[in-house]
Design a protein. Structure first.
Length: 487
């Protein structure tokens, strides 16, 4: 303190900022010893020069929660209406009842807004400070204030799960059915937080559980997506017609959010595991997904996938089958679940390329473990050896891509040896066409492949009857083994 007194004898020393634009008075404003600030300000007025961050001594003291420093600055003439660079007032930054009270007594405007049009009412609601809210309301605060998103203090209290603040605001006239410009209701915000007290309080005061947002979401969708088991409250109160009009089931929301417990609750309550998105909502997704199972598989939620499959979810309700999505994403556990549920391992997706061989193989050429899962699950490997390259007849449709043409492209041919070696373990007798042989002869696997095919009985590629019989036998045996393993 003695050194500070000596420094105060040289006023020029007090007018030099540091690298952050902070003057000594700014530093003193955030010190808990009010005597330091008082000594610096003795006989002078607080500087109005802000720091480089736009903070004034009063905003700094308010943010630090230093009541005595705030009161001293107000006493010496600091204006509580001066803001920082974010247009935040000291009142907005104050975190205690005493600070708020001192600032209001010192002339702070309760309704003054920051750049986000956020008021002290919003901030007190966010913090759940009922005492501060009462003080603000007595001093002119309004429950109908909205921020730049059109959100009221009531919605903020609901979003952050503060039932006491909600009750106070409702008693002072807050509208429980107020809607933000995007259509979000206060009840939807409460459903996000998952606080049962908030949800029940709003419902008791007339909040509508069937009011959709502009994106067609109901409070039940929001609760399901967030994984809040306050969902139990909303299930019996939400009309099936409102859900039908929304175009999506809360089962979709729970699956998208990855909440298996919410999925189980919804299914036990009678919701359909095979509900589909309406077409215009499906078109919001590039893959045109429609089923809840697709959301679970696409997001990699194995537990949700299992719940849906156990409830009878079908695996082929989307343009791109769920199995192909799981294979493409390398999700082995989900692939096992889907195969055990009898997903079609030999399905086709012809939008990108129309192939002779089933599509799934295209997505796992570098993943031998995945390839073997598919082959053990009944993948028709013999179709990879069907082509017309060595035939005088053109029996295949010209637009269909054969495996030898597919694997023979420059960016895939380096994988051919390993892929064909694995395929040959799961087929009967096949011959390699000249094109595929030419590709394979450059691989180190060629001697083994050549020996394997030579030791087999020579059957032409078109004679697939014998192969098909064995393929179907392997298919049913392996599916049974996978099912037993999954159990």
């Amino acid at each position: 303190m003695a050194a500070l007194r000596e420094l105060c004898d040289f006023p020029a020393a007090l007018s030099e900022p540091d690298d952050g634009g902070w003057y000594p008075v700014h530093r003193a404003a955030v010190q808990p010893r009010v005597a330091v600030l008082e000594m610096l300000l003795h006989g002078t007025k607080p500087t109005r020069t802000p720091t480089l961050d736009g903070e004034t001594p009063l905003t700094l003291a308010a943010r630090a929660g230093l009541v005595e420093n705030v009161e001293l600055l107000l006493e010496l003439g600091a204006s509580p209406q001066n803001t920082n660079s974010s247009n935040e007032t000291p009142l907005l930054l104050a975190g205690s009842y005493q600070l708020v009270s001192s600032l209001i007594v010192g002339g702070a405007l309760v309704g003054q807004r920051c750049l986000r049009k956020w008021t002290a009412m919003h901030e007190a609601s966010r913090l759940g400070r009922v005492d501060v809210l009462e003080l603000l309301l007595r001093s002119g605060g309004r429950v109908s204030e909205t921020d730049q998103q059109g959100v009221t203090p009531l919605a903020i209290a609901a979003e952050h799960g503060h039932p006491e603040a909600l009750e106070l605001l409702i008693k002072n006239g807050a509208d429980v059915n107020a809607r933000a410009p995007n259509g979000d209701s206060v009840l939807s915000d409460a459903a996000d937080s998952g606080n049962p007290e908030c949800i029940n309080l709003l419902l008791q005061h007339g909040a509508d559980p069937n009011a959709p947002s502009l994106s067609c979401l109901l409070p039940i969708h929001r609760a399901a997506h967030q994984g809040n088991l306050a969902l139990r409250i909303l299930i019996p109160l939400t009309s099936r017609r409102a859900i039908w009009l929304s175009g999506q089931s809360p089962v979709h929301s729970a699956a998208d959010g990855g909440h298996a417990d919410c999925l189980e609750l919804l299914i036990q309550s009678g919701f359909d595991a095979n509900a589909l998105l309406v077409q215009h909502l499906a078109e919001n997704y590039r893959d045109l997904r429609r089923s809840a199972l697709y959301f679970a598989v696409s997001n990699g939620y194995a537990s949700c996938t299992k719940v849906l499959l156990d409830a009878g979810a079908k695996t082929d309700l989307d343009p791109l089958h769920c199995l192909l999505v799981a294979v493409r994403s390398g999700r082995h556990e989900i692939v096992k679940l889907l195969l055990a549920a009898k997903a079609d391992v030999n399905c086709y997706f012809n939008l990108v390329s129309d192939t002779v061989f089933p599509t799934a193989l295209q997505y796992c050429l570098k993943d031998e473990a995945m390839m073997r899962l598919l082959l053990s699950g009944g993948y028709e490997a013999h179709k990879c050896f069907i082509c017309d390259h060595d035939s005088e007849r053109d029996e295949l449709q010209q637009e269909k891509v054969t495996f030898c043409d597919f694997i023979g492209v420059s960016w895939l041919r380096h994988l051919a040896g390993g892929v064909v070696s694995v395929l040959l373990e799961y087929v009967g007798q096949v011959t390699l066409c000249s094109k595929l042989s030419a590709v394979l002869q450059t691989h180190r696997d060629w001697p083994h492949i050549h020996t394997t095919t030579c030791e087999s009985l020579i059957f032409p590629c078109k004679s697939t009857t014998y192969i098909s019989v064995f393929s179907h036998i392997f298919f049913f045996i392996n599916l049974r083994l996978i099912s037993e393993f999954s159990e």
